[in-house]
Design a binder for this molecule. Sequence first.
Ligand SMILES: Nc1ncnc2c1ncn2[C@@H]1O[C@H](COP(=O)(O)OS(=O)(=O)O)[C@@H](OP(=O)(O)O)[C@H]1O
Length: 373
Amino acid sequence: MVACRWRKLRRIMFGFGLSALAVVILRMATETFDTSQASHQLQHDLEQKLRSPENSNSDSLRWREDLWEELIQSCQGKKKLRQLPKIIGVGVEKCGTHALVHYLYRHPLIRTTRPLELGMFNRAGGRASDFLHRVPEVEENAFTMEKTPAYFNFNRAVPANIKNLVPDAKLLLLLCDPVDRVLSDFFHEWVMFNITHRDRVQFKYKSVDQYVHDYLPRIQQAIGDFDQKNALLQEDRVFDLMRKDYLSHIITTGFYALHLQRWFKYFNETNLMVIDSERMLQDPGNVIEEVQEFLKLPKVLLKEDYVKKEDSGYFCYKNWKDENKLDCLPSAKRRTRNGNKSLPPDVTSKLQGLFLSHNEALFKMLGRKFKWK
Ligand SMILES: Nc1ncnc2c1ncn2[C@@H]1O[C@H](COP(=O)(O)OS(=O)(=O)O)[C@@H](OP(=O)(O)O)[C@H]1O
C-alpha cells in the first residue's frame, strides 16, 4: 500500500519536473526569438544611418568599401544567438535556388544554415524550440538564411508553418519556365535513382520523352486547364496524384498558380518575392540588387560583382576585394541548361499546351509576365 502511494507520488513529481523543464525550454526559445525582433530594429537603424545621400552613389567603390567595413564591424562583439531563418528560399526545385544562395550569401549580414536545406518547416505543428538547435548561432544583427526548394509544393502545411514560426520571414521564390523545369527535374530524379530504380524497374524510362508520354495524358485528365472556380479542387488533385505516384511531381510542380494560391493566403509581395529564374540566369547582378532591397538589407552586393564566364555561359561572383577571384557554381549543378540536353519539339509543344492556361493564371496573379517559351 505504502509502496504503491510512493510510486504514485514519484510519478506526480516526475511529471511536475518534466513540465517545469518544458516551461524553461519554451521560455528560452521564446526569448531567443523575441531578441531577433530587436535585431530587426538594429538593422533598420543601421540602414538609415548608412543610407545618407552621399552614400547613395552605387558606382563609388569607396562608398561600398566603407559600408561593407561598417557592416562587418557592426557584427563584431555582438551577442550571438540562434534565431529561426528569417530569409527562406522556398523553391522552386530546379529553378536555380542554389545559384541564388551562391550569389547572395556573401552579404556581410547573411548567415546560411548547414546543411542549406534543413526542411524544418515541412513538419506540421512544429515549435520554434524544436528547431533552434539546428540553426547556427549568429550575431544578433545578422540574418539566418535557409533554402529548401521542396517547401513550395511537397507539403501543403508549409506556408502556415512558416507564418506561425517566423511571422516576419522574408521568402524568396524562383520560378522558371515549367517546360524547362520538367527536363531539369527528370534528370535530377534520374541522378537520384528515383527514375531508374524506383518501383524496382531498372531503366523504367529510358528517356524524358517516354516519361512525358506516359504521365502527360494522366495529368491532363486529372488536372486539365487552370480553372479559377475549381482551383482548390485542382490543387487537391495535384497532391492526390503525388501521393499515389511521386514521379508525377516532375510535371505538376509547374502548375505554379495552383501552388501559389496556397502561399498567398499567408504572404503577399511585401514578404514573398517572386523572381523570374530566366532573369537570374541572364542578369543576376540586377536581381541580387533587387533582392537586397526586398530584404531591406544595405545594398553592398552590386551588379558589377557578377561576371559571365564565357566558357560556361553562367555568371560567377567576382570578389570585389580580389579582382582575380571568381567564384562559380560547381558544374554538377548544371545538367540541362548548359545545352547538353533538350526536349524533342513534339514533347515541348505538348508540355507548352498543358502549362499555357496555368502560366496565364500565374501572370494574372502576379500582375506581370515572364518571357517563357
Ligand atoms: N544563375 C542561374 N540562374 C538560374 N538558374 C541557374 C543559374 N545557375 C544555375 N542554374 C540552374 O539551376 C538548376 C538547378 O536548380 P536548383 O539549384 O534549384 O536545383 S535543386 O532544386 O536545388 O536541386 C540547374 O539546372 P540544370 O542545368 O537543368 O541542372 C542550373 O543549370
